[in-house]
Design a protein around this ligand. Structure first.
Ligand SMILES: Cc1cc2nc3c(=O)[nH]c(=O)nc-3n(C[C@H](O)[C@H](O)[C@H](O)COP(=O)(O)OP(=O)(O)OC[C@H]3O[C@@H](n4cnc5c(N)ncnc54)[C@H](O)[C@@H]3O)c2cc1C
Length: 400
């Protein structure tokens, strides 16, 4: 059977794309191929579970538009299918006078992105929201929420199958070839023919893209984010979500506290180079993948430029005392003994040949495929919007 659309990757982006296509054109044959035995095992299943409001992103960027659009869709979806979520709000805390300027820039950005109800907090007002936090000023963002993105993805998968779409688990894609208008996707369980292939392979999205585009200019660099958890007795130190003011040069750095939809409070993550694309432990190493990272000219440029920041993150990875010190900037009374080792997630960060870390979402099309090549945070929040965007790109190609 020839599929109309084959989607590689059963993370939240691939599933949202399949769902949009099936809901828009129910008669199309859609197949999702996932290498793991369950969906959402990688970035989607190991994230912080935050429904982002759209505060941080450059106005007009794909991140800003898809986050804001996706935010509303996510809330409506959770309401419709009774998926537990909570709009608990968050505070962003400036811990020094120098950070207040950056915090005010963030506030402006939030306004430009259409956020309403944000409140600037004076030092003495911080405690009304988070009694144990320390800082010189802050912003309260009421829209931010929490949800379990595994539950969301499971519902997407259920709806895809109900609509007649197929999800093949435990099936790894190794090649794509094409004859005429048909692409053949070669997998560990045989081949599948399709009119169009959509690549949503997350940490391996560049590898899949290279199967059809030899001269791809980006490589995925895997950055592991490690978390600690607050012990049960110390969970009272965090009411909801507490974030630092991000460094504009490294918006994804900076440890924060997150009350999780699944229960518990996470502290972290840091960001260290993972020696394997799906390397969740410090000891996970894949020599081939590591060599590919280290020899990528773009990575070498990033390493030369930001080695100091990288070393700091590495140090915090190995030293719980240093990690605790970073957390104490936000909550001074936190002690090492209040933290137990938590999980880890690996971010797929696209890096170009010139050492540019791609900030925005990146979708590249070629004759045979649509490749989602950079879908970092807030892609879970934005998933229904990205799914709509990518799905519509695919539908317009099938129409022609
Ligand atoms: C530590 C961390 C915290 C985050 N926090 C948040 C947050 O709070 N809020 C938010 O909105 N976003 C957050 N994000 C970002 C968000 O989780 C990701 O952007 C999103 O999950 C990306 O989804 P995806 O479907 O593109 O990738 P993935 O979930 O990684 O899915 C890709 C899938 O492709 C499959 N695959 C790969 N290669 C093949 C192959 N050859 N054959 C078949 N299948 C293949 C993989 O097995 C995987 O299941 C966070 C991310 C991380 C890592």
């Amino acid at each position: 059977m020839t599929q109309d659309i084959i989607i590689i990757g059963g993370g939240i982006v691939g599933l949202a794309t399949a769902l949009h296509i099936k809901q828009t054109s129910p008669s199309l044959k859609v197949l999702v191929i996932e290498k793991e035995e369950k969906i959402a095992k990688h970035q989607t299943g190991n994230n912080s579970g935050v429904i982002h409001s759209g505060l941080y992103y450059k106005p007009g960027s794909l991140k800003a538009t898809n986050c804001i659009n996706g935010y509303h869709k996510m809330i409506a979806f959770c309401e419709e299918y009774a998926i537990p979520y909570e709009l608990c709000g968050k505070i962003v805390v400036a811990t020094s006078e120098e950070e207040v300027g950056l915090m005010n820039n963030l506030l402006e950005r939030g306004k430009q992105n259409g956020l309403e109800g944000m409140k600037v907090l004076k030092q003495e007002e911080l405690a009304e929201y988070e009694p144990h936090v320390s800082g010189v000023a802050g912003i309260h963002v009421p829209q931010t929420g929490i949800v379990d993105y595994i539950k969301v993805s499971e519902k997407y998968a259920e709806l895809i199958e109900q609509a007649g779409g197929e999800i093949l688990l435990g099936t790894k894609v190794s090649d794509i070839s094409s004859i005429g208008a048909t692409s053949t996707v070669v997998t560990s369980n045989g081949t599948h023919d399709g009119k169009l292939v959509i690549n949503c392979a997350g940490l391996y999205s560049d590898k899949i893209a290279r199967l059809t585009q030899e001269k791809l200019n980006v490589k995925i660099i895997p950055f592991r984010g490690e978390y600690f958890k607050l012990t049960k007795e110390k969970e009272y130190l965090v009411k909801d979500l507490i974030y630092p003011v991000p460094d504009p040069n490294f918006p994804f750095l900076g440890v924060h506290f997150t009350r999780m939809a699944r229960g518990g409070v996470e502290a972290g993550p840091n960001a260290v180079l993972a020696f394997q694309r799906e390397g969740y432990k410090k000891s996970d190493i894949n020599i081939t993948e590591l060599a590919e990272t280290l020899t990528w000219p773009g990575f070498q440029k990033v390493a030369m430029k930001y080695w100091k920041t990288g070393m700091g993150e590495m140090y915090r990875s190995f030293s719980k005392a240093a990690f605790t010190k970073a957390l104490q900037k936000l909550i001074p009374e936190i002690q090492e003994s209040d933290l137990t080792t938590g999980g880890a997630g690996v971010r797929a960060q696209a890096c170009d040949r010139n050492g540019g870390l791609i900030d925005d979402f990146m979708i590249l099309e070629d004759d045979r495929t649509i490749n989602v090549l950079n879908a970092p945070s807030p892609a879970a929040t934005s998933s229904l919007s990205i799914g709509e965007t990518v799905g519509n790109m695919a539908l317009s190609r099938l129409d022609n």
